[in-house]
Ligand binder design. Structure first.
Ligand SMILES: *[C@@H]1O[C@H](CO)[C@@H](O)[C@H](O)[C@H]1NC(C)=O
Ligand SMILES: *[C@@H]1O[C@H](CO)[C@@H](O)[C@H](O)[C@H]1NC(C)=O
Ligand SMILES: *[C@@H]1O[C@H](CO)[C@@H](O)[C@H](O)[C@H]1NC(C)=O
Ligand SMILES: *[C@@H]1O[C@H](CO)[C@@H](O)[C@H](O)[C@H]1NC(C)=O
Ligand SMILES: *[C@@H]1O[C@H](CO)[C@@H](O)[C@H](O)[C@H]1NC(C)=O
Ligand SMILES: *[C@@H]1O[C@H](CO)[C@@H](O)[C@H](O)[C@H]1NC(C)=O
Ligand SMILES: *[C@@H]1O[C@H](CO)[C@@H](O)[C@H](O)[C@H]1NC(C)=O
Length: 424
């Protein structure tokens, strides 16, 4: 960025007035990574405010800087607020990366380059034991866990970050400037590891357009629902929001269900399930919770769980589908509100409700009388670490940012048998 210093002489006192020019509008910003789901690939996404080329220059760490170069393209995103602010979202997919190799990169064009970042190409072995950080509800204001996540990510504690809905609070606000500011805030995490997302209720304004345009997830659904594999896990991301914003299209419920059933069938194909036995689903709204508010999950007949009968035709919910295909849901093993055994060879999907990394809404209060299936609760700000160790063992721990990073709960989930037959 170029700064221009202007000097004013005023009443012989000669105070200094320093003016900054606006940024060069072709300067890349809001750089973030995502995994396209194809071994050896990585996608780089960023924003400029004027149209420019989309190039990523990169090279192996320790090798010659920027000896590789890949082109992509940009799409024009016009926010629907009064100012109709326009920006270009650039996307470049890098392919042919060497698994576990670390690459140094920058992105942009000859009209402006980003800072230099690095990432490690994901190990594509089914025996790989990936480590995740996962959370929802991270805002532009009061992003309490951000500093801890920045440092832990840069220390390479995580292979992937999962942000399970509710960004920025809210990305469309102030004519999408809150979205810009939030994407700049998470660059310190998301430019180093794939940042995988799903939509939450805070993204709903203008039909989720800020969400759909700013992120780049696998598949052709603008990040609404998709799946991908890592290590021994098949990871499914869904939009629970299709059950709540019927004005944007009831057909989305059915399109997602149809896709999901196909995806689960494929993942359950014996040869697929044998190598990727963990099926992990992430979605913004839990089916079960013990909050003391009127959220969907506080009701036994939650829309996400059981579906809606006020649509034509009635829209089935998701619980039966996940149960039938033997899935882990981002907990306790719960089906139909009953709890079987805890975490060694559970007889039903396990649900993990992990929330608030930090936002302006503070945390909800709990219902003083939780159901039996509620195993552990905390209203601290924080996030979850998940380690998919091997085909039978998965470790989860909850980090409290309020308690300076203390691990306040942890479980080993052990499943010697996967798939629907594991419930018997
Ligand atoms: C560049 O972007 C700025 C900010 O969005 C806008 O005001 C200006 O019209 C754009 N210029 C061109 C040539 O597109
Ligand atoms: C944009 O880039 C993507 C990935 O390289 C490619 O699949 C797509 O065809 C390109 N679109 C245009 C309009 O060039
Ligand atoms: C990927 O992970 C597996 C399992 O830990 C390991 O055996 C393999 O060497 C790793 N691949 C590379 C290229 O390091
Ligand atoms: C909302 O967005 C979805 C996904 O792009 C699209 O299928 C749907 O038609 C949109 N709804 C409206 C009312 O524009
Ligand atoms: C329709 O669903 C509501 C809750 O979603 C439930 O209370 C009601 O019993 C259902 N009605 C019928 C006819 O199934
Ligand atoms: C689920 O619970 C409902 C209401 O408690 C009950 O009517 C139904 O039979 C149960 N279904 C199964 C499969 O246990
Ligand atoms: C899976 O990981 C667990 C926990 O580290 C270990 O006890 C178990 O032996 C491993 N299983 C296999 C087959 O390596």
């Amino acid at each position: 960025m170029e700064l221009v210093y202007t000097i004013y002489l005023f009443l012989n006192l000669a105070p200094w007035l320093v003016l900054g020019l606006p940024p060069i509008w072709t300067q890349p910003e809001q750089v973030h990574l995502s995994y396209p789901g194809v071994p050896g690939s990585m996608e780089v996404t960023w924003t400029t405010f004027n149209k420019t080329d989309s190039t990523v220059e990169y090279g192996l760490l320790g090798g010659r800087l920027f000896d590789l170069s890949t082109q992509g393209n940009s799409t024009l995103f016009v926010d629907s607020g009064d100012e109709k602010r326009a920006m270009y979202i650039h996307r470049v997919i890098l392919i042919g990366l060497k698994p576990t190799a670390t690459y140094v990169y920058h992105c942009g064009s000859d009209e402006g380059w980003s800072d230099v970042f690095y990432f490690t190409a994901l190990n594509d072995s089914v025996h790989f034991s990936p480590k995740f950080a996962l959370y929802g509800d991270l805002g532009n204001e009061n992003p309490q866990s951000l500093a801890r996540l920045q440092k832990e990510t840069q220390m390479e504690m995580y292979d992937v970050i999962l942000h399970i809905g509710d960004f920025a609070y809210d990305m469309h606000e102030d004519n999408a400037r809150i979205g810009d500011e939030f994407m700049r805030q998470i660059q310190s995490i998301a430019a180093y590891v794939p940042y995988m997302t799903c939509p939450g209720n805070h993204e709903s304004t203008y039909n989720f357009s800020n969400y759909r345009n700013r992120f780049s997830m696998p598949g052709q659904t603008e990040g609404l629902w998709y799946s991908w594999n890592l290590g021994s896990a098949h990871i499914i991301s869904i939009s629970t929001e299709v059950y709540f914003y019927l004005d944007f299209g009831q057909e989305l419920i059915f399109r997602q269900l149809e896709w999901l059933e196909k995806d689960l069938q494929e993942a359950n194909h014996p040869e697929n399930r044998a190598v990727r036995p963990w099926i992990i689903t992430m979605g913004h709204r839990p089916m079960y919770c013990s909050d003391d508010d009127q959220d969907d999950c506080t009701k036994f007949d939650s829309y996400v769980r059981l579906g809606r009968n006020d649509t034509k035709p009635p829209a089935p919910g998701l619980e039966d589908l996940f149960y039938r295909y033997g899935t882990l849901i981002m907990g306790q093993p719960v089906y139909n509100g009953s709890m079987e055994q805890p975490y060694v060879n559970p007889k039903a999907p396990v649900h993990i409700v992990t929330g608030s990394a930090g936002c302006r809404e503070r945390t909800d209060k709990f219902n003083p009388n939780p159901k039996d299936w509620s195993a552990f609760r905390s209203t601290d700000y924080g996030y979850t670490r998940m380690h998919v160790v091997n085909a039978s063992h998965l470790y989860l721990e909850e980090v409290s940012d309020d308690q300076n990073g203390k691990v306040i709960d942890s479980i080993w989930l052990v499943k010697e048998k996967h798939g629907p037959s594991a419930w018997l």
